[in-house]
Design a protein around this ligand. Structure first.
Ligand code: ASP
Length: 433
């Protein structure tokens, strides 16, 4: 009975928060759209919210993974969990890239978009991108080298999440092997994790203002509705293709996986993730959103913390369905704008490199735009072509980040269900024998 009342209170407060956030979004859009200067002047409130989220990321990632790994009981459990995670990430990313490719080849937005001549006028982008990896092998090497931190504190200071994840995985694993001394440290990190999650709860109540201000500020920067509208119209067919692909993935593919494989109520899950998804949209950062994603998946929806503590931090860093889809659409769009014919082999290379580029992109704003150089170089497309899509990228970044976070959250639920199923099967086999 007590549990029931607690649950009802929780649902009511999360409903209140969701309404407050929606009000924040609408007010932010109207304010930034109609009064760009005012929108611009409130953007510091959004920045404050963003900073408060970011400060939680490093301690949250480290403590979650350390506690998560040590709670597996046996480090060997990490194998099956890791295997299921990789399988889910690869499958959904592959589907996302395919959706993007099929749509961009069917719709052909590049034949009606701005021509390559406009891009040449903005050639300065290539300078900005020159020092980025040039080939697939180079990117693979960069990703692999980046897995190991040279200096733990430098990695923490620069919020390099991937090396921190690797360190925490090993650290959490060995803590379980050194007896009492290890238990003490595990308990310490349990305390850190609990405290950070409590801070996330507090911070959530500032989300309506933070999210509204971020949107008002960005729209204000784009010159309000009158500045944003021409950007959207000029690149309408391209933006429309990306958005249609993202929606197909988010509203059809992932829900089907969540329902049939994860056995979860899709509407309820999406509702519980409302705050996280709107935060992803307003911050353009999967990493900054991670605290709220964890709160929603574990505390609100009850996915086991063992699974979510592992899947979500890793997912926020390497599982980016939205980014992969966007990379594929953008590369083909650029080829179409330059009138370059792509062969079947090129298309396969685009699938592979778009997946790698999404894995390599950090969970921060516009990271995908930078790693797209790799996709373009792999099929010999002009890098200056990025200038064609630059003007609308801030908006598409928000859309793809939202889908990235939704993909991670669906992953946590699905992998959790698969894990429970396999341990049930195993205990059934043991009983039978
Ligand atoms: N901003 C995206 C994210 O954080 C990455 C990207 O630029 O695509 O998920």
């Amino acid at each position: 009975m007590k549990g029931l009342t607690e649950h009802a209170m929780k649902t009511q407060s999360s409903n209140t928060l969701l309404w407050a956030i929606l009000t924040g979004i609408v007010s932010g859009t109207i304010l930034g759209g109609t009064l760009p200067d005012v929108g611009h002047s409130v953007s510091f409130l959004g920045e404050l919210f963003l900073k408060a989220l970011f400060v939680l990321v490093v301690p949250l990632v480290m403590s979650s993974i350390i506690v998560g790994v040590s709670s597996l009981g046996d480090v060997r459990q990490l194998g099956p969990l890791g295997g299921r995670t990789v399988l889910y990430f690869m499958t959904t990313t592959g589907i996302a890239v395919t959706i993007g490719l099929v749509l961009v080849l069917l719709i052909q937005p590049g034949t009606s978009g701005p021509s390559a001549a406009d891009a040449e006028a903005m050639a300065s982008v290539s300078e900005r991108l020159e020092d980025k990896p040039a080939s697939v092998t180079e990117l693979l090497q960069t990703i692999l080298i980046g897995l190991v931190p040279k200096n733990l504190f430098a990695a923490m200071a620069n919020a390099e999440v991937l090396p921190l994840i690797v360190f925490s995985l090993v650290f959490g694993g060995v803590l379980t092997t050194i007896g009492e001394r290890g238990s003490l440290v595990i308990r310490f990190f349990e305390g850190v994790n609990g405290a950070i999650m409590a801070m996330v709860h507090l911070l959530m109540w500032t989300a309506p203002v933070g999210i509204g201000a971020l949107i008002a500020g960005r729209l204000g920067e784009a010159g309000g509705f009158s500045g944003f509208w021409p950007q959207l119209v000029q690149l309408g067919a391209y933006a429309g293709t990306v958005i249609l692909g993202l929606l197909t993935h988010a509203l059809i593919v992932l829900p089907l996986i969540l329902y049939f494989v994860g056995k979860h109520n899709v509407v309820q899950y999406a509702r519980n993730l409302g705050t996280a998804l709107t935060t992803a949209f307003s911050t353009s950062s999967s990493s900054a959103t991670l605290p709220l994603t964890m709160e929603a998946v574990i505390d609100e929806h009850g996915v086991s913390s063992r699974t979510a503590r592992f899947v979500l931090p890793v997912g926020a860093t390497i599982n980016m369905d939205g980014t992969a889809l966007y990379e594929a659409v953008a590369a083909v769009f650029i080829a179409q704008s330059y009138g370059i014919e792509l062969t079947f082999a090129h298309t396969i290379i685009i699938v592979l490199t778009a997946t790698l580029a999404a894995i390599g992109a950090a969970g921060i704003p516009e990271a995908g735009l930078v790693t797209m150089v790799l996709v373009l170089k792999a099929v010999n497309l002009p890098i200056e072509g990025i200038a064609l899509i630059l003007v609308i990228d801030w908006f598409l970044d928000r859309c793809r980040t939202t889908i990235n976070v939704w993909g991670d959250a669906v992953g946590a639920a699905v992998i959790d269900t698969l894990g429970k199923k396999s341990s049930k099967d195993e205990s059934g086999i043991q009983r039978d024998s």
